[in-house]
Design a protein around this ligand. Structure first.
Ligand code: C5P
Length: 402
């Protein structure tokens, strides 16, 4: 259990630093203990006194403090923690972590650390999207650092977009998940989700109505069960699920490239609604309407089948590959044939004939098709279905760790 676990919280200098106080409060309500390092910037936004009052222990700020170093050196701060949490993680501290700088107490403690690290990035949207920040975050993720958020919405700087600190409770829950190993801890999972957009020209595309709700819920449930989870998603209105490494793509070709880069994994779930076709050629400029002219003819090419590519035998084939089949008639029969054709292990088949409300809806009703036959699951919310699927995956992989 995670009660009594110790978190070393590093509060860096961002406007969202005040929310770190709520992280401490909510974490303590759930039995977590906190020691806190305030960076110089962090101390501009919240005071050591408010931190100490909430954390129940002093806030550490100085690397070169005789008293602090004698009482509780930077090495002891990390040795005595079960998890290091950086919230808010600013562009600056992310850059320091990625590059191994150690010029203050926080960065030195992070470099001396061998415990799991969770960061909750928060910054202006343009900063967050800057290639330098994205490259640093990718470096950290490749080293096993887990991110929670950022979310999208109104930013304190007045702009709108991604960059908002994840909600304090989501941060605490992500920390709790990292602290308590789940049934899939030590395994790697890959999920595709959402639609793909196939460009006709710079402004037009061929897409579909997939909301990404089911795929995102599965990625969240896999991460919650302890799997290191990579989500490759087309454009959706959803926030990135906590604890996942998320790659945003648009086209099927981009999805396939990211999927292939992510292999090998233990578990793959293809929930994306990949467009079957793409325009053979994307026009370089917006296609113009010509007065009285005929509408353009768009020649289509067939997209690669990502699920079939993942499922093909080979050294990188995951141990368990799960696909979806949206059918409007003879659901079990068609899905069983699809399982064989695509060579995946399980297919979750759903009836999407009109009136079922599956597309974009909050719940789902599936038949699970395996080599042993078909099993009917009750109508469940997409979150419940994801949890049930993950429990089933854990049961299937139990004792077969490679
Ligand atoms: O062939 P169909 O589109 O019905 O198959 C659905 C399943 O195959 C889903 O799991 C979907 O994610 C996957 N798929 C894929 N790449 C495609 C088409 C479908 O991964 N190009």
């Amino acid at each position: 259990m995670s009660a009594g676990k110790r978190i070393l919280l590093i509060i860096a200098g961002g406007i969202a630093a005040y929310k770190a106080l709520d992280v401490i409060r909510r974490g303590r309500e759930r039995g977590l203990n906190f020691r806190v390092i305030l960076t110089k910037g962090g101390a501009e936004f919240v005071t050591p006194l408010s931190v100490a009052s909430l954390a129940g222990s002093k806030a550490y700020t100085e690397l070169f403090s005789l008293t602090d170093e004698a009482e509780m050196g930077h090495i002891r701060l990390v040795r005595e923690a079960d998890l290091v949490l950086v919230a808010p993680a600013t562009a600056d501290i992310i850059a320091k972590m990625a590059n191994g700088l150690a010029d203050d107490l926080a960065s030195t403690a992070l470099l001396a650390n061998d415990k799991p690290v969770l960061i909750a990035p928060s910054m202006n949207v343009v900063m967050w999207r800057h290639p330098a920040v994205q490259a640093n975050v990718a470096t950290l993720r490749a080293r096993g650092v887990v991110t929670v958020g950022p979310g999208a919405g109104d930013l304190a700087c007045g702009e709108v977009g991604d960059g908002r600190l994840a909600e304090p409770l989501d941060i605490v829950n992500a920390a709790l998940r990292l602290l308590s190993p789940g049934p899939l801890t030590g395994l790697k999972a890959l999920v595709t989700s959402g639609p793909t957009y196939e460009a006709i020209d710079p402004v037009r595309f061929i897409g579909n109505r997939s909301s990404g709700k089911q795929g995102h819920a599965i990625a969240a449930a896999l991460a919650a069960a302890g799997a290191e989870t990579i989500l490759v998603t087309g454009p959706t209105a959803l926030a990135d699920p906590a604890g996942c490494i998320v790659h945003h793509i648009e086209s099927a070709a981009e999805m396939l490239a990211k999927v292939q880069q992510s292999l090998p994994v233990d578990i793959a779930v293809a929930a994306a609604a990949v467009s079957d076709w793409r325009p053979v050629q994307e026009a370089g400029q917006k296609m113009k309407k010509r007065e009285g002219g005929a509408p353009p003819r768009i020649e289509l090419a067939t997209n690669p089948d990502i699920l079939a590519t993942i499922s093909a035998p080979g050294p990188k084939r995951p141990r368990l590959v799960i696909g979806f089949a949206a059918e409007t008639e003879k659901v079990i029969e068609h899905a069983t044939a699809k399982r064989q054709k695509k060579q995946c292990d399980w297919i979750l088949a759903n009836d999407v004939s009109s009136g079922t409300g599956t597309f974009g809806g909050a719940d789902n009703k599936v038949h699970v098709i395996t080599a042993q036959g078909a099993e009917e699951w009750p109508r469940l919310s997409k979150t419940e279905l994801a949890e049930r699927l993950v429990a089933r995956i854990a049961e299937n992989l139990k004792g077969t760790k490679s």
